[in-house]
Design a protein around this ligand. Sequence first.
Ligand SMILES: Cc1ncc(COP(=O)(O)O)c(C=O)c1O
Length: 368
Amino acid sequence: MPIKDRFDDHAHSLSFPVFFTSSYDSRKDRKYRYSRELNPTVEELSRQLSLLENTERSICFSSGMGAITGTILALAKPGDKLVMPTDVFGRTYLFAKNFLTKFGINVKFVEPGTDSLLGAVEEHADIVFFESLSNPLLRLYDVDRICRKASDIGAITIVDNTLATPILLKPSLYGCDIIIESLSKFIGGHNNAIGGSASGSLMMDTIDENRRSLGSSMDPMSAYLFILGLKTIDLRIKRSSETAKAIARFLNENNFVSKVYYPGLSDNSDNISAKTLLNGSPPIVSFLLDEGKDVQKFMESLRIITPANTMGGSNSTISNPYTMSHRNLSEDEKLRLGITKNLMRLSVGLEDLDQIIQDLEQAIKYAQ
Ligand SMILES: Cc1ncc(COP(=O)(O)O)c(C=O)c1O
C-alpha cells in the first residue's frame, strides 16, 4: 500500500511541501532551528522510510556513503573490531581500509560469503557490516544467521540493503540493528537525486547527533524527490524484478554469455536462501560476456540500455564494474573479488522485456 504524505499544518496540501529554508523564526519554533539539523521535508521522508523499513526511526543523509560513514563513525570507537567481507561497494571498502584504520579501528576483512563472515564473527566482533545482496556479483548473505550470531556475542549489525531494497528484504525482521540504503538507486527510482538513510530502533540519537556534527545532511529538494519515489517503489520493483528474472534466463542460455549471477536462477548456489529471504527476484542481473566479445563495443552498441555509473532508475542502465565503479581498486583486489574485465551489471528498468532482450541481442552481435 503506498504510504500517504502527512498533511502540512499550513495549507493541508496532499503532497508534502518542500521547505526551502536554511533557518526558522526562533521566537516561534524551538523544534526547527537550522536545516542542517532538521528540515520538515527531510523529516517527512524519514518518517515514511521508517514505515517502509519497519524500524522506529530513519535518519537521512546527503548520500548513501554519507549514511555508511556517518553510521560507522557514530558507533565505532578506537580499539573496536569491525568485521566486513571484501565484496562490499568499492567506496565502502576504501573507507574501511584507508580511513577507519587511521583512527584506531581494527578492520578485519573476510572472504566473501555467509560462512566466512560467520566464522570471523564467532572469533570476535564489535561491529559487523555487510551487504544483504552484494554489488555487483549479487551474492545473497544470510541476514538471519549473521544477525543471530552477532546478537549472541553482543556485536552491532549494519546491513547495506541497497540492492535488495526494503521491498524484497526487511533486515529489521531478522534483528539487524542498522539498515543502510543508498536512496540514489531504487528508492529514488528516477536517477535524479543522491541520498542515503540509516534506519533502526536503537542508537539512533547517537547517529543523528553525529550527522548534525559531520554535516552530511540531506537537502529538502532531494527529500521531496525521494518521497515521490517511495510512492511507486513497490510497483517498480515488482515490474523490474519480473523482467530481470526473464532476462537472467535469456542470458543463461545465450552462447556469448559465459556466466550469469542471479539469486533466482536454479543453478545458483544461493538459491535456497534466495527463496527463504527474498520476497521476489532482484531487479539486477550481472553476467560475464564471452571473452571473445569486446565490452566497450558492446556498451557502445546498446540503444535502449544506457551505460551509466548507477542503477535503480526507471530506464535500464548497465555498467562494467572493472572500468567504472571498481576502477580505484588494485588489479589484485579486483581479481580477488571476481571483478573481471568482461563483467557486466544490468539494472533493469520499466521497459518491455522484448525491447531489452532485443537490445542485448543486437549489442552482443556487434561486439566483435
Ligand atoms: C551497495 C551500495 N551501497 C552504497 C552506495 C553508495 O551510495 P551513494 O552513491 O548514494 O553514496 C552504493 C553506490 O553505488 C552502492 O551500490
